[in-house]
Design a protein around this ligand. Structure first.
Ligand code: AMP
Ligand code: MG
Length: 415
């Protein structure tokens, strides 16, 4: 049986980025750019004032101080979005507001707080130096600078940067379309009447959301019945997508037909079973190079197999150059006993205590217990060889879902 690392090593090569497309910036959030993006022009695009006050020549106010004020006649005004100011004559000041263009030949700002207005004159009670409170043209980003590298993801800040550069279209990697094929005679859709013995196909809703969160496009197919022919027919439809994920029917039961259906459709098995808990009977196969992953039907197994094995592969396909999660080091709040042999991915609530992250394992660790995922913000990685884990022991954890909460010192005073 393969380790998680071995499983990923055989899966990852099948998940290459799908090529690029050009999208409008307002549709680009969460996407990965497929080309380097350069600055089209200087930012700021013109010298402007960082404060409300007066634009001056530093030399004219060099001697100003609280006890030795300098008086300058005020000539003109510059406001953000207003008409461009006239060049500044020496020995004068120009009223100016934040974001407004500097008059040419002015080289410093005196902030309003250091001045008093006296009719047509301004009394300046503080000296200034060249460049003070001036946001110089190109001081943030000179034209032609590299703004984003291929593979960077577009978060709101990146969107803002491109918008400020008037870049309205951006090249991004295509989003993989991922078919979700659930199998099981017992499965019903949301809102269906639940006859005895049937359950809602919760996996399809969970996996759709996990796919969307990554940036992939979920294609939910109707659940297939537990027959070879139904699964085969559904697989043929599913194979129109870029990636196929099946759930259920991949164990050793007599109604577990997924592996057999793969073979019948010409999907070549690569491996079956990974040394992890939950999620062991995960299958990986290829159809003409197209990845097909079969995860177990148990909801927790399906989620964990997705997070540990499928998500890194899809991130790579989405264009992420660093697709692997970065676990944090945490300490177990309580001791834990388990059967050694497989890496166990346990659901936990992580909190910060001082400098440390403490993880409290959920009391439900069964692979079918959906409540064990509620409120969970960490997946704790328990090493394969360890049966006894002591309270306070260091473990690795992947932060998940809502992430870490808890006060930082800057919020201490909030009631
Ligand atoms: P299987 O992997 O098909 O043997 O299913 C294992 C367990 O997961 C059984 O209790 C199934 O009823 C349940 N199960 C299978 N598929 C789903 C699904 N799509 N949503 C929720 N539970 C499922
Ligand atoms: Mg089943």
């Amino acid at each position: 049986m393969r380790s998680i690392a071995e499983a990923l090593t055989s899966m990852l090569p099948a998940f290459s980025p799908l090529g690029e497309e050009e999208v409008h910036l307002t549709k680009a959030s969460g996407r990965y750019v497929s080309r380097n993006v350069m600055a089209r022009f200087d930012a700021p695009p013109f010298d402007n004032s960082a404060m409300d006050g007066y634009a001056v020549r530093a030399a004219d106010v060099a001697s100003a101080g609280p006890d030795s004020p300098v008086r300058l006649p005020v000539r003109g005004e510059s406001r953000a979005g207003g008409p461009l100011p006239e060049p500044l004559e020496s020995g004068t000041a120009c009223r100016i507001f934040t974001g407004a263009p500097m008059p040419s030949r002015a080289d410093a700002i005196v902030i309003q707080e250091d001045t008093e207005r006296d009719g047509d004159e301004v009394v300046i009670r503080e000296s200034s130096r060249e460049g003070v409170y001036v946001r110089a043209q190109g001081s943030d980003v000179p034209s032609g600078t590299l703004l984003l590298r291929a593979g960077d993801r577009l978060w709101p800040g990146e969107i803002g940067l491109l918008a400020s550069q008037n870049i309205d279209r951006v090249h991004v990697f295509r989003r993989p379309r991922v078919a979700i094929l659930s199998t099981g005679d017992e499965l019903r859709q949301l809102g269906d009447e639940l006859e005895p013995g049937t359950i809602i196909n919760s996996n399809v809703y969970v996996l759709s959301e996990m796919l969307r969160a990554l940036g992939a496009i979920p294609l939910a197919l109707p659940a297939a019945r537990d027959t070879l022919s139904d699964i085969e027919a559904s697989l043929r439809t599913a194979l129109e997508a870029d990636v196929v994920i099946t759930t259920g029917g991949v164990s050793v039961g007599e109604y577990d037909f997924v592996n057999a259906a793969f073979e019948n459709v010409g999907i070549e098995p690569m491996f079956w079973k990974v040394r992890m808990k939950p999620g062991k009977p995960t299958a990986f196969a290829l159809y003409r190079g197209k990845p097909v992953i079969g995860v177990p039907g148990n909801p927790i197994s399906a989620m964990v197999a997705f997070e540990v094995l499928i998500a890194p592969c899809l991130r790579k396909m989405l264009g992420d150059p660093q697709p692997h999660p970065e676990p944090v080091v945490a300490r177990l709040r309580d001791s834990y006993r388990r059967h050694p042999g497989r890496v166990e991915i346990a659901r936990a609530v992580a909190t910060r205590e001082g400098d440390e992250i403490i993880v409290a394992l959920h009391r439900l660790q069964g692979s079918g217990s959906l409540p064990s995922f509620v409120g969970v913000n960490a997946l704790v990685i328990l090493p394969a060889d360890k049966g006894e884990l002591a309270a306070g022991e260091k473990v690795e954890a992947i932060l998940w879902g809502p992430g870490l909460k808890g006060a930082s010192s800057i919020f201490d005073q909030i009631g």
